[in-house]
Design a protein around this ligand. Structure first.
Ligand SMILES: [Zn+2]
Length: 121
């Protein structure tokens, strides 16, 4: 039996996010006991994806034993028409107050190390 060959593009490859790669790279020099990473709601990775990429990147490094905590940052936008601040829900970008489409993102695109806890020596 032969399998029908898949078109090349169908091969699924998961790329690690460059910002996360940089974080892992910086942390591997410290090998902390635990780390808290702040993740914005609008960041292209969700919590689960971030965790699985972390595990992939950390494997084989000094971070294998590091406990990862993810703190989600709620998205906030400000309407450029009425200047009201609001939480964009379900990908809705229109202002719930005036229906304006132009908004500035105030929070939600973050990915950074919030804190680390050093290993007891
Ligand atoms: Zn508005």
């Amino acid at each position: 039996m032969r399998l029908i060959s898949q078109p090349e593009g169908a091969v699924f490859i998961m790329f690690s996010h460059p910002r996360l790669m940089k974080i892992v790279d910086q942390l591997s020099g410290q090998s902390p006991r635990s780390v808290t990473i702040a993740l914005g709601e609008l960041f292209p990775l969700n919590e689960e994806q971030l965790r699985s990429q972390w595990e992939e990147l950390a494997s084989g490094t000094s971070l294998t034993q590091t406990r990862l905590t993810i703190r989600l940052i709620r998205a906030q936008q400000q309407c450029m028409t009425c200047l009201e601040k609001y939480h964009p829900s379900n990908g809705e970008i229109r202002c719930p107050h005036c229906g304006g489409a132009g908004a500035k993102i105030l929070a939600g695109e973050e990915l950074y190390v919030e804190s680390t806890e050093a290993r007891d020596e």
